[in-house]
Design a protein around this ligand. Sequence first.
Ligand code: C2E
Ligand code: CA
Ligand code: CA
Length: 762
Amino acid sequence: MLSQDVTGVRAAPVHPGLAGRVGLVAAGVAVLVEAIWLFGALPDAALVSDLGGLVVAGWAALACVGAARRQPEQRRFWTLLAVTMGLAALGRTVWTVERLGADDLPHTPLIGALFVVGLVTGTAALLCSNAAPRNAVGRARAVLDGVIVGLALIPIGWVVVFRDVAAADLTDPLRTIGLLYPMLDLMQLTILIAVAGPSRRMWPALAMIGVGLAIRAVADAGYVSLVAHGTYAPGHPIDLCWPLSYLLVGLATGYPPPAAGDAVDDTVESPVPPWWRVALPYLPVGGAIVAVVLSRRPTGQTPHLVFYGMMTLLGVLAVRQGLAANENLRLVARLRRLAYSDQLTGLPNRLMFTRRLRRALRDRVPVAVLLLDLDGFKQVNDRFGHAAGDRLLTGIAERMRDVVDGAGTIARLGGDEFAVLVDGTRGVPPERLADRLLAALQPLPGEEDLGVHPSASIGIAEYGPQHTSHTDLLRDADIAMYAAKAAGKSAYRTCTPLLRESAVTRAELIADLRRAVDEGQLHLEYQPIVDLATGAVRSAEALVRWQHPRLGPLTPARFLPLAEETGLILPIDRWVIHEACRAAGAWRQHAPEATVAVNISAAHLRRPDLIATVTGATAGAGLAPRALTLELTESALIEGSEVVLERLHQLRELGIRIAIDDFGTGYSSLSYLHRIPATELKIDRSFVARLDDDARAYATVEMVTRLAGAFDLAVVAEGVETQAQHEAVAAIGCLHGQGWRYGRPVGLDDLLGSLTPIDAGR
Ligand code: C2E
Ligand code: CA
Ligand code: CA
């Protein structure tokens, strides 16, 4: 409510009172009358001109006094302008008096002094306006810009106006000052532009005064030129410019002042000035250089005024550059602070933190990262407001500083998330630091009642070989932090491989798997299938492995279900078939009869291109089709349609062998054994595992073996781990076995090593 009222007052147009309005009309009429008089060349034009100037300047001074009263926050600005206008009125009066008593134009010391004082008060007014820079440096810069323009205009003015004028005119110092009038006007105008830039609210009033200044500059330039050429007489139409410029100053008082809040409010970013405003003071300098060269003609000498003007200009430019350079340095330092630190707590921010972390990793410093997240910070914000939240965060930062104290770098990563970079060389174990942090963040007596003090959860990750970059380390700390949150509040957790693996989401894994297929992260291991009687390796089953870049080696159980769901199983199977055939081509050099077995997914069985893939792979590896066994699970076969059956027969005709995998786990309908052109059965390892103590398992294996014999199928006992199991399956009459008892899945090189001695023994 209150603020609405205040803005309401501020935004309302400031109406001058009745007297003010009468004055405005009078001033307007005065300008109009004077215009008619001067342009009509009516008698006593000089007097009318003087009176007009006096009346309008006097009115403008009064208008400024009124504005100073109405706008307390701009009082100094309007007061100084009032003085300036008063001085103009006084100057005009003195001029009139002196002119009437002399033949020549009265360029007396008094008038010169009045002009100079008016210049000072006018400039001071500009620097006192709400729009002006707050700091002394900013104001000095505005003044220097003005001085640069003024000085640069001296040689230009020289060339344009005075070059042809007798040098004698310049021996009189007062005349010289007169020559400088237009330059001083433009100097003031430049200061105004430098000052007015950032504040939009002040613009209308300052713009009006600026136009007034420009008109005065034109008038002064015209006057000086006319005088120099001896063609000026009081009452010349150019005289109209002065009352016009005063009129504009008076009119400017009608605009509302800028809201004090706007000008003082530091949170509002001041707009970057356009390039032309920055370049403005320097443009005349270029012109000045050209003018200095031109000014040497026709005498071949540089006039004193121009020479000293240029020397002063050089000095001022140097000071201005010094200011700018100094300010740039400060700005750069400030930007750096802004870019790398958190505004609320003053701690380093995320950018700074990652920079330090990366540098530590680059320098191979053993580091750990503690990630600290407040539990329930959001509730504090919601219940007690953002100011309370901010206070809490600064308090937390303070307590963290006390605890860490040189053992690491604290940073606020954003929101309610803090981090500590622990330097391993400082000898403080991260867990101890986490303990101390949690203790320090416990609510103080009294705080818990308010409920404004949430506890914190901390995740710790120590840099290790599994990390490829700082992002890995931060991610691990994040995983650990969530584990700490899940474990209850006010706890810390260190990231372990297990934690890491469980945190990888399905979606991530699918994306990774897609890349793995393309980038060749998959490889095969081979598990021997042996002849139970001799122990000779008859075959080897290819088993796919995935070396995950972050999670390390993954078993098929971890990723094959995902591959089946997404269809990625097809390119994987295809790759496995080719790779296994190539491997078999290699080991048949050692054991010419050894075959290779490959697992085929149910999805692949339904694909018509299976036959092309298989024949392509065997032919490519120079392998006879009978050296390849396709392992199909019972369930995949049962749901197979006529088309699938037909495809199996075709494969069989080509000479490819077909094994029924995991036999006994599906719906073992005997009828399908008739229809499927299989060459062998693999008894599931769940039966083999129970052989020792489960009579029914023993009976099943026995029965299946006999059944296989009846169907003329070879039998492989899977998962044989112990000597007892080996003896049992051998006694039952299985011919082949697979399992850890004979060899675990190994790389191709290891398999080749195990092939040679057996073959050599034969
Ligand atoms: P599977 O076809 O029954 O393969 C045998 C599995 O039993 C392998 O597990 C093997 O490492 C394991 N094994 C072998 N001997 C023993 C033992 O003595 N004791 C125990 N406890 N386990 C033993 P793995 O490599 O994890 O493969 C699991 C399943 O993933 C395979 O079962 C197979 O169905 C599938 N699979 C593996 N590689 C591929 C592939 O390239 N393509 C397709 N489509 N499926 C594959
Ligand atoms: Ca298998
Ligand atoms: Ca199996």
